[in-house]
Write a protein that binds this ligand. Structure first.
Ligand code: ZN
Length: 192
């Protein structure tokens, strides 16, 4: 949802403020007191990018903010799975904790293809009669769910939340050291 231009502006603002400051503290430019809040971030994203497609649904008011925020980060490749951390030139040896035969921890692996995720998706896809396309990514799976069913029906509403809830639960279950990973310094969301 952040265009390259918006990302560049945000980084510039950040570094300008950092260089003016005598102490090395982070300043969030989109609140009056310079402190980061989820609300200001959500407003910024919505204001900058319009409200289209799955992103609009992800930020629906009835979806818990932490789930919206997590889903948005996941779709932007900003969830710190091993492969994304490696992209930031932080050397780590990737070995997932979600399978009996450890594989490289990518978002697609952890959230869709792992021993942990596969049976969960199979169960819910079967229950809701969702047919996934042959070639997919996480965004396409969310979209397939969110567009299934009759618009305005309770089923349609549930389909908007179920994939996000599944992804959120997998994340909580699979990554017990989530807080350690989130604290990695210099973490910048990768585009795409
Ligand atoms: Zn795995």
């Amino acid at each position: 949802m952040f265009t390259a231009e918006v990302q560049r502006c945000l980084m510039e603002e950040y570094y300008q403020n950092k260089s003016r400051s005598t102490t090395d503290t982070r300043i969030w430019m989109h609140t009056t007191d310079g402190k980061f809040t989820i609300k200001s971030y959500a407003q910024l994203i919505q204001g900058n990018q319009g409200r289209q497609g799955i992103f609009r649904k992800i930020w629906s008011s009835w979806i818990p903010t932490k789930v919206s925020f997590f889903s948005w980060k996941l779709l932007k490749g900003a969830i710190p799975v091993d492969s994304a951390i490696t992209k930031c030139h932080i050397p780590i040896v990737s070995k997932c904790l979600c399978c009996t035969q450890p594989a490289e921890e990518t978002s697609l692996h952890l959230f869709i293809q792992s021993d942990l995720a596969k049976p969960v998706w199979a169960h819910f896809n079967d229950l809701a009669g969702i047919q996934l396309p042959r070639f997919y990514n996480i965004g396409l799976i969310i979209k397939t769910w969110m567009t299934a069913g009759k618009k305005g029906s309770m089923e349609y509403l549930c389909h908007s939340f179920i994939p996000l809830a599944i992804l959120w639960e997998i994340w909580k279950e699979a990554v017990p050291d989530i807080h350690t990973k989130e604290k990695i310094k210099g973490w910048v969301p990768q585009d795409g």
